[in-house]
Design a protein around this ligand. Structure first.
Ligand SMILES: [Zn+2]
Length: 156
């Protein structure tokens, strides 16, 4: 019952975003122990920020509110299946679970590229549409070596 309530809220945020012409049709809610921690809505065009997806906005707001970089114990409710970027952010933030309503296939039908990007990630690098090249200067591993030796680092 509560799951559906949080999902309806995520979907309402998405709808409101479209009706007020503030961004794409996506909304998200982060919940911990049955309590809403944050909300997010797509703000890509409003902020000129291609990473301002609803899920990213919700994760940033939750981390700020909880003063942490990990959201263990939290769950994400998103109006549409997360894109690869947002799914990656969920893994980095270590959320406990994801609930979604519409699918990536549904989003593809109205012109959003989530499905396309998922397919790109499964291709070998040389077959992807955006070229990617490796360059290895002599200082390539200096940051990693410094990290290994850094006694005060905070692992994540
Ligand atoms: Zn996304």
């Amino acid at each position: 019952m509560k799951h559906e309530m949080f999902m309806r809220m995520a979907v309402d945020l998405a709808l409101e975003n479209v009706l007020t012409n503030k961004g794409g049709p996506f909304g998200a809610v982060i919940v911990r122990n049955g309590r809403i921690i944050s909300i997010g809505r797509n703000q890509v065009t409003a902020k000129n920020d291609p990473s301002a997806h609803a899920e990213i906005e919700a994760i940033r707001a939750a981390c700020k509110y909880l003063n942490t970089y990990q959201l263990t114990g939290c769950e994400l409710y998103t109006s549409s299946e997360p894109c690869p970027m947002c799914l990656g952010a969920v893994y980095w933030a270590k959320l406990n679970g994801i609930y979604y309503a519409a699918t990536s296939k549904d989003a593809a039908k109205i012109g959003f590229e989530d499905e396309y990007i998922y397919k790109q990630f499964n291709l070998p690098i040389e077959h992807r549409s955006i070229p990617m090249f490796r360059i290895v200067p002599e200082n390539t591993y200096a940051p990693f070596n410094a990290w290994i030796k850094q006694p005060y680092k905070q692992g994540y």
